[in-house]
Ligand binder design. Structure first.
Ligand SMILES: Nc1ncnc2c1ncn2[C@@H]1O[C@H](COP(=O)(O)OP(=O)(O)OP(=O)(O)O)[C@@H](O)[C@H]1O
Ligand SMILES: O=P(O)(O)OC[C@H]1O[C@H](OP(=O)(O)OP(=O)(O)O)[C@H](O)[C@@H]1O
Ligand SMILES: [Mg+2]
Length: 283
């Protein structure tokens, strides 16, 4: 059995379970159950508090975990990232009151900084040669400057709406984060073999999430140009339509360049463009 730690509740819980589900792993998920196993894969899920997970990995209580990269920076520098998972993207930032003056990092010298990530802040400031007074708060950090508890904060920012609502502005980005898969240094050889199978599945899910299947029609004299725009997995499929002089072209495109590619296809004579999601992609 491979033991995986997943956040019990919070930002990472739902998407962590989703990536396992998309990898074909069905977890029996009883309400208030802290441990669950899968019906069709040798894996056991332990639902834990996020902040406790790095120590459980170190102790070998769990073999692998899905946690935020920022938590590894804070308290798991010794734990390796084996896979970046592409969700829970955010950044850890320094913020100060909206009307505050800020020219450089030196403006934080001697200031009070509230945060839930003291090691991250300590290391960041030490690196810049700045001394500040760090106050540990476990939640609702953004309120600290408004109640006179701190001059600045360091916390997670995603849309920026929490900063905005609390009259704060971002002045420094310390790091970027996303959900990652990490592994215990004590993982057994047997569990490692199961991990490799899991990673293979996760990678095909991640590739599929980044790609779309595209089908379109084009007059035969435009096919060569269109093929140049659509690289495909090996190369696009070209099939004749029932109507003389026309072809159907099938290919895979990357989500990041999706709209640019669609515009280019239209400009080059493509018609009836269909875009479909891909469930798994094994290369
Ligand atoms: N607003 C956000 N947008 C995107 N990702 C976020 C956001 N807030 C947190 N995260 C990511 O999700 C992780 C978990 O955050 P969350 O606030 O759910 O848990 P926590 O309070 O740190 O942990 P615990 O499980 O111990 O209560 C963070 O470490 C970060 O990587
Ligand atoms: O930039 P935004 O999109 O507003 O997101 C940032 C907020 O999200 C997180 O809090 P969360 O909602 O997880 O609450 P918590 O304090 O209970 O962890 C983080 O601590 C910020 O407060
Ligand atoms: Mg949070």
């Amino acid at each position: 059995m491979l033991k995986i730690a997943i956040q019990k509740s919070g930002r990472l819980n739902e998407d962590s379970l989703k990536i396992l589900k998309d990898s074909g792993i069905s977890i029996d998920n009883g309400i208030d159950q802290l441990k669950a196993s899968a019906r069709n894969f040798p894996i056991e899920v332990l639902y834990l508090r996020n902040g406790d997970i790095p120590q459980y990995l170190r102790d070998g209580v769990v073999d692998i975990a899905i946690i935020g990269e920022n938590l590894l920076v804070e308290k798991g520098q010794d734990l390796p990232i084996v896979e970046k998972l592409g969700f829970s993207k955010c950044r850890v930032c320094v913020a100060i009151p909206k009307n505050g003056v800020y020219n450089s990092i030196k403006d934080l010298e001697g200031k009070k900084i509230a945060t839930s990530y003291p090691n991250t802040v300590k290391n960041f400031l030490a690196d810049k040669g700045v001394n500040a007074d760090i106050h540990l708060i476990n939640g609702s950090v953004e309120i600290a400057p408004n109640i006179g508890l701190a001059d600045a904060i360091v916390d997670i920012v995603s849309s920026g709406s929490t900063l905005f609502k609390n009259n704060l502005k971002e002045v420094e980005e310390i790091l970027k984060s996303e959900a990652v898969l990490t592994v215990s240094p004590k993982i057994s050889k047997e569990s490692k073999e199961i991990l490799e199978k899991l990673q293979f599945r996760i990678q095909s899910v991640l590739k599929a999430r980044k790609s779309k299947y595209v089908l379109l029609n084009a007059p035969n004299d435009k096919v060569d140009n269109i093929i140049k725009i659509l690289p495909g997995m090996r190369s696009p499929t070209v099939l004749p339509l029932a109507e003389e002089g026309w072809s159907s072209i099938h290919s895979v495109i990357n989500e990041e360049t999706f709209w640019e590619v669609i515009d280019e296809l239209k400009n080059n004579g493509a018609e009836g463009i269909l875009i479909c999601p891909i469930e798994k992609m094994v290369l």
